[in-house]
Design a protein around this ligand. Structure first.
Ligand SMILES: [Zn+2]
Length: 751
């Protein structure tokens, strides 16, 4: 049905071609003017360059080849005669310095196209813009024409940020060489210039290292529970081919070689590099694992330096990403060699020991002319030697990097994680991203190099990657290229809808802009009620829903106006188009209780990533789903959760409950116990219950459990306090043993 509406767009464009054809560029340029008329490219067109200019020359050749592949043969000339008609001119003349290395100007009039740029990248981006000025069909592999027309325009353009990246995780799921090249093309088409290539992980080592063949013989393959073997790797020839392919398209490939954590695949190949030296298997589960490189072991550094020496020879990028994230310190704390290292280096903590590790690698790489990038955890023991930082746990981590005077690449989970479903991070959310933290002082703004979107692939085999990356990549490309005063979501969305033509022609299997159905709820004006709005993901859809537990069908109640709930209810809703369901069934449960919407006080600062929708999350009437990132759960790590609710007046209490999520692989545990107190004055509290749960529940890796007391008698009061006790660090048997656990709560229920 998306295709139907698009063909209407195509038709409209064709009909309007006689006037001025509509232009929709993504990312949007700094300045753009459309004029009457057009320029026609045909066999008589000459592509001309300043004879001495190799950067213009390579791009002119590129353009000649591009047109030729579409059936239009132009000639290339190295003399510029502005008077002769039908020229496409590449020149540096009169290109302002302020456009920098990547900026460009295009002037299309009926007689000539003039492209000005200072450097090769600028000419290249001008060509990408020319492509978007042509009909969408131009991008089809089998498109052939005798001539091409380009509308008359004047464009001046340059990027806001120099670092515009996509992080592609080819470890959790392997991606073929051709697929990676295709993504380089798609990045370049949208004027993005960094492929951050995640090449080593717990679940697979993906790059051939000549000196350590077992890294790919053993480390590139994992054996699933059902006995099937999964894996793959890139040979050094593959890597060189991809890097060269990217360089031609002005995409820098930055390899990520993870250390000291996320290294189980390497340790499975060479167990002597771990603290225990015991055999390990390449991981098949997702998560964070306690076995990491032993920092007390000199052979670890010899190994990593050998590996990095080969990496440095393969990747011309001046940057090497060394990971540095999610490294539990449990093994180090229990390893005699690591403890000796801590003592000998006079360090005060295992975070400082990690800093020692990273700094040692950073200095080694500096000797090879490379700067390291690490995830924001690398700041925890102090900024390692000259490190650049990639902020991921929140925009505030970017502020911390700036405080440490570290150049920063910003890619917070809140806006830039494209493995998250669109229900959590929709197109508009991505578009609202700004890499520069609020209140950044002007002298530090230049330390913000730009941003990246991250495509982690735990749950995304290659064939699903398009639908997660697109259309969200269009938003990130504009966030990173276009200046904020030029950006407005409704106008962007119009261009996106037009751009789908191009993505279709490019063979991109894009996904949704937002969830087909979104729930939005608020506390109602009527006493103790919740107002639930159902928002459709696309204009051409309608929503049908049920409140009796049945699956919604095209015959279920049509959503017309907000639903007012005065009692507990589960709403199941789905979007339909001409009677056919689009996307999945969405389900939310709401509870209408005495505590609904009442003032609440928290003893803790909820995680920025898991706010649950705000400080009122625990009394908003919404029950959580099994997904920890559904936007309903409120979370805190390594702390107790104490919440105090003011019921407004003294009331009889007959039952209390509070819901928690358990997701053990993700370090989310049920609380050890929950104490419940009552007070009339918010100062003297009396305990009324201690809530616990059976061991059989605690042993289940994933579930939702409501700690409750349903038969309270003779309890009266106004203030209720719940104290949920953090169960302590991840236990010994846990892959991340020793790391602080999370508490995830959704709702307090008081009757
Ligand atoms: Zn050790």
């Amino acid at each position: 049905m998306r295709k139907v509406s698009l063909s209407i767009v195509v038709l409209t464009v064709l009909l309007s071609c006689n006037k001025t054809s509509e232009v929709n560029l993504i990312p949007k340029p700094v300045s753009f003017q459309q004029r009457n008329g057009s320029f026609t490219i045909n066999g008589k067109t000459k592509i001309k360059i300043d004879s001495t200019d190799s950067s213009a020359f390579e791009n002119a050749v590129h353009l000649v080849e591009l047109f030729k592949s579409k059936g239009v043969s132009c000639t290339l000339e190295t003399t510029i005669n502005h008077d002769s008609p039908n020229n496409i001119i590449f020149t540096r003349t009169a290109c302002p310095d302020s456009l920098g290395a990547e900026g460009y100007m295009i002037d299309v009039n009926p007689k000539a196209i003039t492209i000005r740029a200072n450097q090769s990248a600028g000419f290249f981006y001008a060509i990408q813009t020319l492509r978007q000025l042509m009909p969408a069909d131009f991008e089809k592999n089998d498109f052939r024409a005798k001539s091409l027309t380009i509308p008359c325009v004047v464009i001046v353009d340059k990027p806001r940020f120099s670092w515009r990246g996509l992080n592609l995780d080819c470890c959790r799921h392997f991606m073929t060489k051709d697929f990676v090249k295709r993504y380089i093309d798609l990045l370049a088409y949208h004027k993005m210039n960094v492929l951050h290539w995640h090449l080593t992980e717990d679940q697979g080592w993906r790059i051939e290292i000549k000196k350590y063949p077992k890294l790919t013989e053993v480390g590139a393959w994992r054996t699933n529970a059902d006995g099937t073997v999964y894996g793959g790797f890139y040979t050094q020839d593959d890597i060189r081919e991809i890097v060269a392919y990217a360089a031609k398209r002005h995409v820098m490939v930055v390899p990520e070689i993870e250390m000291p954590g996320h290294s189980v695949a390497a340790l499975a190949a060479y167990p002597q590099l771990s603290c225990t030296g015991k055999p390990l298997k390449v991981e098949t589960n997702w998560g964070v694992f306690k076995d990491i490189y032993c920092v007390g072991n000199d052979s670890t550094f010899i190994f990593l330096q050998d590996v990095l020496s080969e990496i440095v020879d393969l990747f011309p990028s001046p940057y090497i990403h060394i990971g540095g994230d999610e490294a539990p310190k449990y093994r180090w704390e229990n390893c005699p060699k690591c403890r000796t290292r801590l003592r000998m280096e006079k360090l005060n903590s295992y975070e400082e020991l990690q800093r020692y590790f990273i700094s040692r690698i950073a200095k080694f790489l500096e000797g090879k002319g490379k700067t390291i990038i690490g995830w924001d955890e690398i700041l925890e023991g102090g900024r390692p030697h000259n490190a650049m930082v990639q902020a991921w746990r929140g925009i505030d981590r970017a502020s911390e990097a700036l405080k440490a005077n570290a150049p920063v690449i910003v890619s917070p989970t809140s806006h830039c994680y494209f493995d998250y479903p669109v229900e959590v991070t929709n197109l508009q959310k991505v578009y609202s991203f700004d890499p520069v933290p609020e209140n950044t002082v002007s002298e530090k703004i230049d330390l913000v190099l730009g941003g990246e979107c991250n495509m982690w692939t735990e749950y995304a085999p290659q064939e699903t990657v398009d639908s997660k990356v697109f259309p969200r990549l269009l938003a990130i490309s504009e966030v990173l290229w276009t200046y904020p005063n030029q950006r407005e979501y409704p106008e962007f969305l119009k261009r996106v809808r037009y751009h789908y033509n191009r993505l279709d022609a490019l063979g991109v299997n894009y996904g949704f802009e937002q969830s087909a159905v979104e729930f939005k709820s608020s506390i109602g004006d009527v006493k103790n009620s919740i107002v639930v709005e159902l928002i459709k993901g696309q204009d051409n859809l309608q929503i049908q829903y049920t409140t009796n537990g049945d699956e919604p069908t095209a015959k279920s109640t049509l959503y017309r106006k907000p639903i007012v709930l005065t009692a507990n209810a589960t709403i199941k809703a789905a979007a339909f188009n001409s009677g056919i369901r689009v996307g999945e069934v969405f389900e939310r449960t709401f509870v209408v209780t005495k505590s609904l919407g009442k003032p609440i006080e928290l003893s803790f600062k909820p995680s920025e990533k898991y706010m649950g929708g705000g400080l009122q999350a625990l009394v908003d009437g919404r029950l959580g789903t099994p997904k920890y990132n559904d936007g309903i759960w409120q979370a805190v790590q390594g702390e107790d959760m104490t919440v105090t609710i003011d019921l407004g007046s003294e009331q009889q209490i007959s039952s209390v409950a509070i819901g928690f999520l358990q997701n053990i692989p993700s370090w989310i545990f049920l609380p050890g116990s929950v104490d419940v107190f009552i007070s009339v004055d918010n100062s003297t509290f009396k305990q009324i219950a201690q809530l616990d749960c059976p061991d059989s529940i605690r042993q289940q890796p994933m579930l939702i459990y409501r700690f409750n007391a349903f038969t309270l008698k003779n309890i009266k009061g106004r203030f209720l306090r719940f104290v949920a006790h953090n169960p302590g660090p991840c236990p010994d048997w846990h892959p991340a043993s020793g790391s602080p656990t999370w508490l995830f709560a959704d709702e307090v229920v008081v009757e």
